[in-house]
Design a protein around this ligand. Structure first.
Ligand code: COA
Length: 276
């Protein structure tokens, strides 16, 4: 599938990895209404593209994303409630529903500035790698609002109580290394290594059966809000669903290679999707 063109997002495809690049570098990739509309479509296309296994979200230029656009989203829509609702639905749709529950594994590559509203797409991605040089901030209080949308809720999910409140209440910035220490990203590397690190992580993901990954992600994201008994039952049913839906039969192949053929140790890695 050839990459479509969008006003505010660039799409690049390399080795079965789809890169969604927020592309308003002159505005530090702040999210205006058009970017929300574009992102809904971008994620839809990449999620359904059979030639893509992993999806990466990053930003063009020196910024990952400077949050919501203060001019085109906040000020311009203050007196236009109908348009505000439309944009909010679009934002929720791509950031929370389509990205968070994307059927492919998603990685955020935080290449630079990452402020306010940008925390939601960052946290919605399954995995995240930051550049050491990236600058993060819950800057909302600095200009008189609280972290809205899903930001406060998302931060409460991934950061511990004291750290979350510290950054929410001070609006202070922190770098990529600190983001890794806080558990906001998996790892921080020099900016010059960001793309190769993300591609190498994508290689690891590509070795694993895609249907298994999709179900494992859904299981984790859905069960964390259930109580113990509900999650036990749900996860059993989810594994049955996976067995039924996996066209490659990874589970039975894996068991056979281990128990019957004795050619493989499940504890030490995936057995390779292409192997019989
Ligand atoms: N909304 C709207 N426009 C934004 C923006 C945002 N969130 N972030 C940056 N821009 C625009 C600036 O208005 C400026 O536009 P102009 O060239 O038409 O004047 C352009 O992007 C460059 O911004 P500038 O501040 O000059 O760049 P910088 O590299 O010196 O600083 C930031 C980068 C990200 C530190 C700074 O732009 C900033 O603080 N942005 C707001 C971040 C924020 O608090 N976001 C939370 C929103 S929820």
């Amino acid at each position: 599938m050839t990459a479509k063109e969008y006003a505010t997002v660039k799409v690049e495809i390399e080795d079965r990895v789809g890169w969604m690049i927020l592309n308003r570098p002159e505005k530090r990739n702040a999210m205006n209404p058009q970017m929300h509309y574009d992102m809904e479509d971008v994620i839809n296309h990449l999620s359904l593209d059979p030639d893509i296994d992993v999806i990466v979200l990053t930003g063009a230029g020196e910024s990952f994303c400077a949050g919501m656009d203060l001019k085109e989203y906040f000020r311009a829509l203050d007196n236009d409630p109908a348009e505000q609702i439309k944009v909010r639905w679009s934002m929720r749709n791509w950031q929370y529903f389509r990205l968070r529950m994307c059927p492919k594994t998603t990685i955020a590559a935080i290449n630079g500035w990452c402020f306010g509203g940008a925390f939601t797409p960052l946290i919605s991605c399954d995995l995240a790698i930051a550049a050491d040089e990236a600058v993060f901030g819950l800057s909302e209080v600095n200009w008189g609002i609280l972290p809205g949308g899903y930001v406060t809720r998302d931060v409460a999910m991934v950061m511990n109580y004291r750290d979350a409140l510290y950054y929410i209440l001070t609006g202070k910035t922190f770098d990529g290394k600190k983001a890794a220490e806080l558990g906001l990203v998996n790892e921080s590397v020099p900016l010059s290594d960001l793309r190769s690190t993300v591609m190498s992580l994508a290689e690891d993901i590509k070795k694993i059966n895609p249907e298994t990954l999709k179900h494992a992600k859904e299981a984790f994201k859905m069960s964390r809000d259930m109580d113990y008994d509900q999650s036990f039952d749900y996860l059993a049913a989810k594994n049955d669903q996976l067995r039924f839906r996996d066209p490659q039969g990874a589970r039975d192949k894996g068991i056979k290679k281990f128990i019957d053929d004795k050619t493989y140790r499940p504890g030490l890695g995936a057995f390779g999707q292409d192997e019989e």
